[in-house]
Design a protein around this ligand. Structure first.
Ligand code: C5P
Length: 301
């Protein structure tokens, strides 16, 4: 596995790990229409990669260069990209100057329920904090991150957190170590607003705080408790994109799969496995049987 942070004399590089909602309960709705969530969020060793390097010039510009399997899905104005918006937001706060190049290796599918742009923004903030020697702590970065997207503060953690509110209330939680994960995405679009709209028509709010993640340290106890949770957005997503049901059925019938579920508002689903080696073996089989899906194994961080 490549390291999470990798620097050279002039370049700062960060992994932007895939964010996985191990469970996600919709527990209410704010006056502004945003849904209140309760979610156990973990991160995988598979992700995008963000590198910051200096460019000659003093116009305080940030140039975006995108490579990787899903580079083509990053379109439009680079100024709208969350990594570039993160550089502008941090620059605005810290008053730094100098031109920079932001290299984004887009390995994760876009708008897929695994963090994507939010993970890239978080990785950019962490890399720039080092690149510009700002010495900001995570709370300061999270305040900037929240202005960019509700998931960005969680993505700054890169280890398991309980998330409440719309993503701004975070508490670090222990997790069993060594678990493997397989991410599967059908490579079909599933817009987040449509999933929430379907939930509003047919879903029910879940009760808050029924589970205690702080004291669940043994693997089986943790898995048992996780099995009693759900992703409230899974039924809407299955209705809108029935392929998700195929993926979840396939994952749960895959040998050794401990739990199969959808992440975020989809369409990416995940299977948990006892260890990384098992996940990698099962991912090979799945991608052989379903070349039309994106299948990626990793470790839970
Ligand atoms: O956070 P993101 O920009 O992906 O959200 C897209 C849309 O999903 C929002 O405009 C809103 O309609 C819905 N959403 C929501 N409650 C949340 C997150 C997203 O209703 N907590």
């Amino acid at each position: 596995m490549a390291a999470v942070s990798e620097d050279t004399a002039s370049t700062c590089t960060e992994l932007a790990p895939a964010k996985i909602n191990l469970f996600l309960h919709v527990v209410g709705r704010r006056d502004d229409g945003y849904h209140l969530l309760e979610s156990l969020v973990a991160f995988a060793s598979v992700g995008d990669r963000v590198s910051i390097e200096p460019l000659p010039g003093t116009t305080s510009s940030a140039t975006l260069s995108v490579t990787g399997r899903f580079a083509d899905m990053i379109g439009g104005d680079p100024g709208d990209n969350l990594a570039i918006r993160a550089t502008a937001a941090l620059r605005g706060m810290a008053g730094t100057s100098g031109d920079i190049l932001v290299r984004l290796e887009k390995n994760l599918p876009v708008a897929a329920g695994v963090g994507g742009g939010s993970a890239d923004a978080a990785a950019t903030l962490i890399a720039l904090n080092r690149f510009w020697n700002l010495g900001l702590d995570r709370d300061a970065l999270a305040a900037i991150g929240l202005s960019l997207g509700a998931d960005v503060p969680a993505c700054l953690h890169r280890s398991a957190v309980m998330m409440q509110g719309i993503g701004e209330e975070l508490a670090t939680v222990p997790m069993p170590s060594g678990l493997g994960v397989v991410l599967v995405n059908p490579l079909l679009p599933l817009p987040t607003p449509a999933v929430f709209a379907d939930f509003r028509s047919f879903g029910h709010f879940a009760p808050v705080g029924r589970f205690d993640w702080q004291s669940t340290r043994d693997r089986q106890g943790w898995l048992d408790q996780l099995g009693r949770t759900c992703n409230s957005l899974e039924p809407p997503a299955r209705r809108l994109l029935p392929r998700i049901s195929n993926i979840l059925d396939t994952l749960s019938q895959t040998g050794d799969c401990l739990l199969a579920r959808m992440s975020g508002s989809g369409a990416t689903c995940f299977g948990l496995f006892a260890d990384w080696q098992t996940a990698a073996r099962r991912a090979d089989q799945l991608s052989g049987a379903h070349p039309e899906w994106w299948v990626a194994p990793g470790r839970l961080l």
